[in-house]
Design a binder for this molecule. Structure first.
Ligand code: FES
Length: 87
């Protein structure tokens, strides 16, 4: 089974405009926290989400949040216990 990669153990805090976004679930995208198609062949699929108005968000980059695509603080307990950043 292909494992999730954790690109970072902190969220990406971004200002997003209204629109549709694809959040990377596998952790292999080079455009974190967004999908670049690198999940091909892993069995993972990106998460599509919508933003209705300009907003500031904290998107998960450890890929272990329970509130996809948003950071829920899980990264604080994952660091050192899971995949190495970028690994
Ligand atoms: S970066 Fe915070 S829960 Fe993943």
């Amino acid at each position: 089974m292909v494992k999730i990669v954790s690109p970072a153990f902190s969220p990406a805090v971004l200002e997003l405009e209204p629109g549709s976004y694809l959040w990377c679930r596998c952790g292999r995208s080079k455009r974190q926290p967004f999908c670049d198609g690198a999940h091909a062949g892993t069995g993972f699929r990106p998460l599509a989400f919508e933003v209705a108005e300009n907003c500031r968000v904290a998107l998960c980059r450890c890929k272990h949040t329970s509130s996809e695509p948003y950071c829920d603080g899980t990264h604080a307990v994952m660091e050192g216990k899971s995949d190495e950043p970028g690994g």
